[in-house]
Design a protein around this ligand. Structure first.
Ligand code: NDP
Length: 450
């Protein structure tokens, strides 16, 4: 049977772009459909514009710190409109670049949302297209709980489109997105309140990381409402702004806001995809896939956030490339979802690879050794700022194998990326001890921990 294409990819985000280009590099005839800007969540409304805003917000701290280094005090002013316009321009530049990369790779781009008609047919607008293999890479979207007034909240998607800087900013949720935007808006001068249902942010991260970031955020002026009964939260639009009420312990707290960010998690973006037409099963709203990313329909594959494995851009890219190498390059390979490093671009930044202390103790019991260092990085000595960095190694005691590496502090993501290679290679504490540090640096603390 002949088809219009060897591969049809639904969704031009990180996973879809990487797989389509890789498949085309093996000579496959490939088309990709996208209903929005090419680039997906990461490039258009996630990692990239977020990181640009992180850079912008860091300057307020730097203006202060500079005084300790002999610079005169300045009264900086910040123009929100200028920032969001510049960010939007950069995002559009990157989107155009990605379109160019597709053209260069020989991948045909179709504008519109694609829907599965059967296992080998998709519909884009009024066009029906057939393909031997189909890859679903449609990503995810923010979820909103059903609470009164939730329609007045925004998600991370709208954060980049706000016409004015919210002077009073409230964040619901203590995950990556909530923490990062709380820090960004705090750095840009907004008054920030973060509301979470536990006593610590960033569940899933090492306790020391969670505690240290939260303490630093409080020190930077972010107000936390902890252990809030989020299911009883109410939001109301008033003349003075958005009025949020929530029970916290014995009290009912009221907070006024210009914008409320709902960052209570994300879910795969599977509506109107026609999965049922192609016999594709889902569990808990995510596409079920095997290790090779094949779905319950053997010629259809899925990668990235729509499969809800590890929802990170580089994971989607790796899954997509492994799929293309296996199916079109005839180089069978799976990716490992173990020891995937990740970072939170909070202020201070945090990054981790491998097990948390709690995970290690649950698996290895007493056979765990922990090395931890907390100190003020040299940069903060002259400005005399009370900002701490934290480095932590978790070791399997008998073999001395490194199980987890965690850091809170400037450039943690850059440092932990290197550490992740060592962990992947099975490095031991002895290997770390045998490594000579780079002085003076924060990273050198990892090779001198005792
Ligand atoms: P997360 O799943 O990380 O966090 C959701 C937060 O909302 C948690 O604090 C969770 O609390 C809370 N929550 C969920 N449901 C409720 C509820 N019903 N009531 C009260 N609180 C609730 O989601 P995000 O939206 O922050 O991020 C989504 C994904 O995006 C992440 O998992 C990550 O993979 C990716 N991402 C990665 C980034 C990076 O790598 N730097 C940056 C941004 C996003 P609890 O902990 O109690 O469950």
């Amino acid at each position: 049977m002949s088809y219009d294409y060897d591969l049809f990819v639904i969704g031009a985000g990180s996973g879809g772009l990487a797989s389509s280009k890789r498949a085309a590099s093996y000579g496959a005839k490939v088309a990709i459909a996208e209903g929005d800007l090419v680039g997906g969540t990461c490039v258009i409304r996630g990692c990239v514009p977020k990181k640009l805003m992180v850079y912008a917000s860091n300057f307020s701290h730097l203006y202060q710190d500079a005084i300790g280094y002999g610079w005169s005090k300045v009264e900086p002013s910040f123009d929100w409109n200028k920032l969001v316009t510049a960010v939007d321009k950069e995002v559009r530049r990157l989107s155009a670049l990605h379109i160019g990369f597709l053209e260069k790779a020989g991948v045909e781009l179709m504008s519109g949302f694609a829907k599965l008609v059967d296992a080998h047919t998709v519909e884009v607008g009024d066009k029906k297209i057939t393909a031997d293999k189909i890859l679903i890479a449609v990503g995810g979207e923010a979820t909103k709980p059903n609470i009164p007034g939730i329609e007045h909240t925004i998600t991370s998607r709208e954060m980049f489109l706000l016409k004015e800087q919210p002077k009073r900013f409230v964040v619901l949720g203590g995950g990556y997105i909530g923490v990062e935007f709380a820090c960004i808006l705090n750095g840009l001068g907004s008054q920030v309140t973060q509301i979470i249902r536990r006593d610590l942010i960033l569940r899933g991260f090492d306790e020391d990381v969670r505690g240290d970031i939260q303490q630093a955020m409080i020190k930077h002026g972010i107000n936390f409402l902890l252990n809030a009964e989020m299911d009883k939260l109410q939001i109301e639009k008033t003349e003075e702004g958005l009025k949020l009420t929530v029970p916290v312990g014995e009290k009912e707290e009221t907070v006024m806001a210009d914008a409320i960010l709902c960052a209570l998690g994300r879910k795969p973006n599977l509506e109107n995809l026609g999965l049922e037409n192609a016999g594709i099963e889902t569990v808990k709203g995510a596409i079920v896939v095997k290790d090779d990313s094949s779905t319950t329909q053997p010629n259809i594959y899925a990668v990235g956030d729509c499969t809800d494995r590890i929802n990170l851009t580089p994971v989607a890219i790796a899954e997509g490339r492994a799929f293309a190498d296996t199916v079109f390059g005839h180089i069978p390979r799976y990716i490992s979802h173990e020891n995937v490093a990740s970072a939170v671009f909070s202020q201070p930044e945090a990054a981790s690879v491998g097990m948390t202390e709690a995970e290690a103790r649950a698996k290895f019991g007493e056979n765990v050794k922990v090395y931890r260092g907390r100190f003020r990085p040299m940069f903060y000595s002259l400005p005399d700022v009370d900002e701490k960095a934290m480095v932590k190694l978790i070791i399997e005691a008998t073999t001395e194998r490194i199980l987890g590496v965690h850091m809170v502090g400037k450039d943690a993501a850059e440092v932990i990326q290197g550490m992740a290679i060592a962990v992947k290679m099975g490095a031991t504490k002895k290997d770390f001890d045998a490594t000579i540090g780079i002085h003076p640096s924060t990273a050198e603390e990892f090779v001198t921990l005792r």
